[in-house]
Design a protein around this ligand. Structure first.
Ligand code: OKS
Ligand code: ZN
Length: 347
């Protein structure tokens, strides 16, 4: 299985995020990708390549042009406000919630940060755009590999993507790598694409992007949004709308869920994907379901991830793995690579 990694990921290195009224060091750190790469090399899973470049068009198939343009210039605008800003990251602090307008784009930079985001946990830094763009190219390269006949490929994208919507960032995500991969498969002629999101957190961005569409099925197993981030989406009654009615499946599970119940939920998701008649699969591969994850609440053990990969392989679909969350930095390499290795052994 070929891996595409982001050679520029470390350009996105947030300093602090808002947590319980305080700025605390970011959980989403560059070392995350380095640990996965180290284990990939040690285990010899296949070729490891830096992602090639793709035209911006592949990104704006999913993201609004005005949002992409904002990301490109945001850092320069932030520093132009005050030269001292070069030493600190940009975090939003005001948002257009219900009753506010989001069709009029404010001139004020802080207001535009809020228009294009939904939390204060995702610092925008000097390298955020370049790193995010390159992360999306990892997903596009992995999708192209599969589209050209590979059984599977792995996009070691960083920053992660599944919380990012068509025109907003949040949850450490700026560009929705999995959605960009899924859309690129559609654009290459794959009729029906499924996204299986097994990160601990609901992939609200991916769900929202495809919610009204019947050509991309979204299934997610995640912590119940009643208690878990991102809180405001991910309930079982969200089934899709319009042409997408029936093409969205959320399987929320309580904090504390262990591997047996979690695995049963994933197999339910895979059965739904098979019933949908998917021709290709994109997996949002978060490993924050690990028992030792510092910000999550499921109980998977490292060996369980081999079974996860085997179960996904048994679905028999060409599969693009896209890296998402996972913060037990020492173990995420083993856990992510176990999924890929289990897949490879069963495929
Ligand atoms: C907000 C807490 C943010 C949790 C973000 C979760 C990121 C993640 N202060 N998503 O899959 O792993
Ligand atoms: Zn997560």
């Amino acid at each position: 299985m070929k891996t595409f990694y982001n050679a520029h990921h470390a350009l996105h290195q947030g300093k602090m995020e808002m947590f319980r009224g305080e700025l605390v060091p970011c959980f989403e750190v560059p070392a995350r990708q380095d640990h996965v790469l180290d284990v990939l090399k040690a285990r010899g899973l296949g070729a490891i390549e830096a992602a090639p470049d793709f035209p911006e068009r592949a990104i704006t198939r999913v993201h609004a042009q005005r949002y992409v343009d904002f990301l490109k210039t945001a850092w320069d605008e932030w520093v132009a406000l005050d030269p001292a800003n070069a030493q600190r990251d940009a975090l939003p602090s005001v948002w257009p919630v219900r009753t506010f307008r989001s069709d009029v784009v404010p001139d004020n930079f802080a207001a535009r940060m809020g228009l294009y985001s939904y939390d204060a946990g995702s610092p925008l830094t000097s390298g955020t755009w370049v790193a995010s763009r390159e992360g999306a190219c990892c997903a596009l390269a992995a999708a192209r590999e599969v589209q050209h006949g590979a059984r599977s490929a792995f996009a070691l994208s960083r920053p992660p993507g599944h919380h990012a919507g068509a025109d907003f960032f949040g949850g450490y995500c700026f560009l929705n790598n999995a959605a960009i991969a899924a859309q690129s498969l559609r654009d290459a002629g794959v009729s029906r694409v499924a996204v299986l999101d097994i990160d601990y957190h609901h992939g609200n961005g991916t769900q929202a992007i495809f919610y009204g569409r019947g050509d991309v099925f979204f299934a997610s197993v995640h912590g119940d949004p009643r208690t878990e981030y991102p809180f405001f989406l991910g309930h079982a009654d969200e089934r899709g709308e319009g042409a997408g009615a029936g093409c969205n499946l959320n399987l929320p599970l309580p904090r504390g869920t262990g591997f047996a119940s979690w695995r049963e939920a994933m197999s339910q998701a895979l059965r739904a994907i098979s019933a949908f008649g998917a021709d290709a699969l994109v997996v949002s591969l978060g490993v924050d379901t690990f028992a030792g994850d510092p910000i999550s609440g499921f109980g998977l053990q490292s060996a369980d991830y081999l079974r996860v990969g085997e179960d996904i392989a048994a679905a028999g679909l060409p599969t693009v793995f896209v890296f998402e969350g996972g913060y037990a930095v020492e173990e995420i390499g083993t856990n992510a690579v176990n999924v890929l290795d289990g897949f490879r052994q069963r495929a």
